[in-house]
Ligand binder design. Structure first.
Ligand SMILES: N[C@H](CCC[C@H](N)C(=O)O)C(=O)O
Length: 285
């Protein structure tokens, strides 16, 4: 049995694509963890399983390296959009991809499909839609304790849950120190992605990211959209801005109706054919 995986990255947020039309392997949580492991496996920030074809829809399952499934991944959907073009599944420059959180519109902005615009759906700050415990309210500028330290947080869903913390100074170290506490805080029944937000000016923000189910990453599309949405909701920025992350820059636009457009680059790393030994190990998990 031959298993091949294609590796892409969105601003350094790397994903492996497992195409079920080309690979026969039952993917258990343990198998996903091993494939994504940077020492014992191929290594990535997640796995994209698709296209799952049916009823003239193309669906992608988004799996974190801990084996959990995510409702949406901004970099993941952009990467998947490029794979669909590279693998010949689509010829048009504008089409729809189906995820757990709904349908995303993909627009190729160049012939190679390396620059892609995605309509990411709507932002919601309502606690029951994030989800968060406590009375139903919009979670804006609330004080929350992470690691016995108080932080002002704005929480938002864009299909997956986010906790945005506005600070004057941000760093990888601080993102990891806070993220370790916030990811699995009791008030987030489905856990949470955490972003540290620094507002540079009305059209530029900077973020550091600690992803649910993945930990620290160099970039995250949904995190970029969530942080941009929170900054705009707090009146700190214009609706269109550049989101600067350690891995690169995303363009994010918050539309009048609260829907979000995200534009950024995608890179192709290469194809991996797993060894017989690795395939047998995966089949045993
Ligand atoms: N870890 C996230 C999913 C991946 C998000 C990120 N890689 C992106 O590009 O949006 C979650 O569990 O909600």
């Amino acid at each position: 049995m031959k298993i091949t995986l294609e590796k892409y990255h969105g601003l350094g947020n790397d994903y492996l694509i497992f195409d079920p039309n080309k690979n026969e392997l039952k993917l258990t949580k343990e198998a996903v963890r091993l494939i994504c492991n940077r020492n014992f496996g191929v290594g990535s920030d997640g796995l994209l399983v698709g296209p799952i074809l049916g009823e003239d829809k193309m669906t992608v399952k988004i799996l974190n390296p801990d084996g959990s499934e995510a409702e949406l991944s901004g970099n993941g959907v952009r990467i998947f959009g490029k794979y669909l073009k590279d693998a010949g599944y689509v010829q048009k420059n504008h089409f729809t991809v189906n995820t757990l959180s709904g349908e995303q519109q993909i627009h190729y902005l160049n012939e190679e499909g390396t620059r892609i615009k995605v309509s990411m759906g709507h932002l919601s700050f309502w606690s029951d839609e994030i989800p968060m415990t406590g009375p139903r309210r919009e979670v804006l500028n609330e004080t929350m304790m992470f690691g016995s330290i108080p932080y002002r947080v704005t929480c938002v869903s864009i299909g997956n849950p986010h906790c945005v913390i506005w600070l004057s100074d941000i760093s990888k170290d601080l993102a990891c120190r806070i993220g370790r506490h916030s990811e699995a805080a009791e008030c987030f029944p489905e856990k949470v992605n955490t972003e540290l937000l620094r507002v540079v000016d009305r059209t530029n923000i900077e973020i550091e990211i600690y992803e649910r189910g993945a930990g620290y990453t160099l970039a995250s599309g949904t995190s970029g959209c969530a942080a941009a949405g929170a900054a705009y909701k707090m009146g700190l920025t214009d609706p269109k801005m550049y989101v600067h992350m350690p891995g690169g820059v995303l363009e994010v636009e918050i539309e009048e109706d609260g829907s979000v457009l995200m534009t950024g680059d995608v890179g192709y790393v290469g194809k991996f054919t797993l060894s017989h030994e690795m395939v047998e190990q995966l089949r045993s998990l």
